[in-house]
Each structure stands twice: as C-alpha cells, then as structure tokens.
Design a protein around this ligand. Structure first.
Ligand SMILES: Cc1cc2nc3c(=O)[nH]c(=O)nc-3n(C[C@H](O)[C@H](O)[C@H](O)COP(=O)(O)OP(=O)(O)OC[C@H]3O[C@@H](n4cnc5c(N)ncnc54)[C@H](O)[C@@H]3O)c2cc1C
Length: 396
C-alpha cells in the first residue's frame, strides 16, 4: 500500500476505534533506557525539579544557551537542546527539557507508515509502526475467537461474520494520522520547535537538517531503529513488521521467521484473522530469554489455535513461483504456497558512524562504564534507546 503522506488529522468514523482512542494514553511511556540531563539542568536543586503540574506548565527558570561554565567565554547557540528523532524517547525528552525552561528543537523525517532512510514521522515506531497499530490489529483479531466462544453461550449467527481488511487498514491509518497530530501538538504546547527533515551531526554542537545548520548546547540522538531482514537468496520477497502492519490485503498463508515477541504477536494477529500461519525458529523454543514455563505455555496455546511451529528450522532461501506464491527453503526441506513471508528477526539502529566519528569507537568502553553509572563525566551528545552515550567531547 502506498505510504500515506497527508499530514492532516481526519476525523475517524468508526465508533469502535473512537472508543479505543479515549482509552489510549496520550503520553506513551518513555521506553528508552538511558538519558542524561544537561549539566545546566542537573545542577538545578532537586526542589525545583519536582514534577508538580505547575512546574510542567510554567517556566520557572531559564536555561541559557551560553556556556554552562562561568570560566569559559560565553557562546550563544540557537538552542539549548537539539533532539534528532521525534519518537517516544525524543518527544518526551524534548518536552520535559522545554518544560524545565530549555529552548529545544527537534527534527523528524516526513510521515510514512513505512520507515526508511527518508521517511518516519512524529510519534516514531511505537505510535506509527509498533505498539499502537499492532494493538489495533490485535483487537481486530481477537473477535474471531469471541465469535466462536459465543456459540457455547447461546449466540447464533445467521451468516458467518466476515472480516474486511481494507476497513481495518483505513481506520488504523486514520488513527495514526490523529496520533501524529497529537504528538505535534504536544511539542507545540511545550514550545519545542519542530523541524521536518533528516538530522545529521556535523560537530558536537552543530546539526545539519537537510542542508540547514543549527547550533545547540546539547544534542540528543533518539533515532530509534528499523527492522532488519538478513540477506538470504530471495530475501527481497520478504516483508518486515512495518509492511506487515500496512498490507493491502490480508495474507492467506504466511510464514513468520523469528521466535521473539514481535514474531509471536504477528502470528497471533494473523491466526485470529484466519490466515494460515507457520512460525520458523532457529531454536528449540520460542521467546528466548523468557521464563521457561511461559515459553512452553505460549507455544502450546498458540499451537492449539492452529499455528504451526517449525523449530530448529532456520530459513535458507525464498523462492518465488510463476503464480507469485512463495516457498521457504530451510535446513529441513521446503514449505510452499505462502502469500507472504515475514521476517521478525531484529532491528538495527538508525545511526551511521561517519569517518569523522571513528575515533569515538575508542570511547565505547568508557560509554559502557558511564551507562553503568561508574563514570560521571559530562558529554554534549546524548543517545536515547541505544544504551550508549557518546562522549564526543568531555569538558574539563
Ligand atoms: C512491531 C513492534 C511492536 C512493538 N510493541 C511494543 C509494545 O507493545 N510495547 C512497548 O513498550 N514497545 C513496543 N515496541 C517497541 C517500541 O516501539 C520502541 O521501543 C520505541 O518506539 C522506541 O522509541 P525511540 O524513541 O527510541 O525510537 P523510535 O520510536 O523509533 O523513534 C525514532 C525516530 O527518529 C526518526 N529518525 C531516525 N533517524 C533520523 C534522522 N537522521 N533525522 C531525523 N529523524 C530521524 C525516526 O523516523 C523515528 O521517528 C514495539 C516495536 C515494534 C517494532
């Protein structure tokens, strides 16, 4: 399906989804595991940092974009904080910094349901290609089980309930537009300057957004990641989770490669929507790293619902037949007749280390120590969600 490009926020017609909206929290939790406050902010006495509502809505103090160290000659920046990437982490960090009085700008790629080098959208993965659209599809898929169960409680249907995929997609996309609009308003109401475009760090205090240069006292990298499909012959025929949430038609028979939570959630969704679902995993069991009883129970329950698990069966190639159907070749044989093959095999961060930054790799062990709270140096570039802080330039 073509990616939506409109930035308007249409009204949603579906009463079911309207009621869902009311239940969605506007503030999506801050998923990132790591954030350093600027030194200027962290030096504010704790009493003034308490998060009472009045603090959130009024600027009680001002953080200047000058140097934060009186010994240094003052330098003026365009912003105290420049955030690259307006996903869950970037939006929340920017909003909080602005509410504490910092002047903040954030840049984000243009909206699309599918992420790429050039497309993204305010709200990021969780809102546009993760938690939210996934949950809408989960809600949609669970009705089929309820229709079945209701028979035992006396419900009879004259005709078999039918699912209309295009209605679901249209309402899901309208909801994404509404939410991206809400996120823009959150930023606007917090006085955060939103700049559309691709951010690139030029130096520790300079960001280039599509050729326009901005200076900032601090830079926050919160660029998230994108799904990753391993290179095997025919991998160009595979889809990832972005595409699976935005298909033009419902898969008739789908192979899902991967045994993590995203793979299993999609297996549950398509099973509920009456697709034939096969899950291929490298290991003996799904959900590596989870509690053993949960791993067994989840696989057992999903099998009972008709999902077929192919364990210790990593994919080797995808073959496309003349009729367009896909076959998945594994170490144990070939399974044919798929309309879709989806890989849920992990994500890669949206960061590219330029030659300029190579010396920083030396700093990674330091960054790890810093993450563990062992080193307490200041640095001007912070990273959200990547579990690292790149001390591009430490002061003093
Ligand atoms: C299918 C799926 C389901 C999920 N379900 C859940 C769930 O149920 N619950 C849960 O807690 N988590 C869930 N997650 C995880 C959650 O979505 C992420 O943890 C969260 O979105 C990470 O937030 P972030 O701000 O770090 O990155 P992102 O949300 O990815 O935001 C990064 C933003 O940066 C932008 N960007 C990238 N590069 C640049 C650049 N150079 N310049 C400008 N902008 C840039 C991107 O376009 C993007 O908007 C799910 C993820 C997926 C994929």
């Amino acid at each position: 399906m073509a990616a939506a490009t409109s930035l308007t926020t249409p009204k949603l017609s579906s009463p079911t989804l309207q009621s869902l909206y009311r239940n969605f929290p506007i503030a999506i939790p801050f998923y990132s595991s790591f954030l350093f406050l600027p030194k200027t902010l962290s030096s504010i006495p704790p009493r003034r940092l308490s998060l009472s509502p009045s603090h959130l809505h009024r600027r009680l103090f001002t953080v200047r974009s000058d140097s934060d160290n009186g010994a240094e000659p003052a330098r003026r920046y365009d912003f105290d904080l420049f955030t690259i990437g307006a996903g869950s982490g970037g939006v929340r960090a920017s909003r909080f910094a602005a509410n504490f009085g910092a002047s903040v700008a954030i840049c984000e790629l243009p909206f699309s349901t599918i992420s790429s080098e050039t497309t993204g959208g305010v709200g990021g993965t969780c809102v546009l290609r993760g938690c939210v659209p996934k949950k809408l599809l989960v809600y949609s898929s669970k009705y089929s089980h309820e229709f079945e169960e209701s028979n035992g409680f006396g419900w009879k249907y004259e005709i078999e309930p039918k699912h209309d995929w295009s209605t679901l997609m249209a309402n899901k996309n309208a909801e994404l537009q509404r939410l991206t609009g809400i996120y823009k308003n959150i930023l606007k109401n917090a006085n955060v300057t939103l700049i559309e475009g691709r951010g690139k760090i030029v130096d520790p205090h300079t960001v280039d957004v599509d050729g326009k240069i901005y200076s900032a006292r601090h830079i926050l990298i919160s660029v998230g990641g994108r799904p990753f499909i391993p290179e095997i012959p025919g991998s160009e025929y595979a889809i990832d989770s972005d595409a699976a949430l935005d298909l033009p038609s419902k898969p008739e028979k789908i192979a899902i490669v991967g045994g993590g939570y995203i793979a299993l959630e999609f297996a549950g969704i398509f099973n509920g929507l009456k697709s034939e679902v096969h899950v291929f995993i490298r290991q003996k069991k799904v959900l590596r790293g989870f509690d053993e009883e949960i791993r067994d129970f989840v696989a057992e329950q999903m099998s009972l619902r008709g999902i077929e698990f192919h364990t210790e069966e990593p994919p080797q190639a995808i073959i496309k037949a003349a009729d367009g159907s896909l076959s998945l070749k594994t170490n144990k044989g070939t399974v044919e007749g798929f309309s879709h093959i989806m890989f849920a095999t992990g994500r890669r961060p949206n960061t590219t280390v330029q030659t300029f930054f190579f010396p920083l790799i030396l700093w990674l062990p330091l960054a790890t120590l810093r993450y563990l709270g062992i080193l307490i140096n200041d640095c001007d570039i912070k990273a959200v969600g990547l579990n690292l802080c790149i001390p591009v330039r430490t002061e003093n």
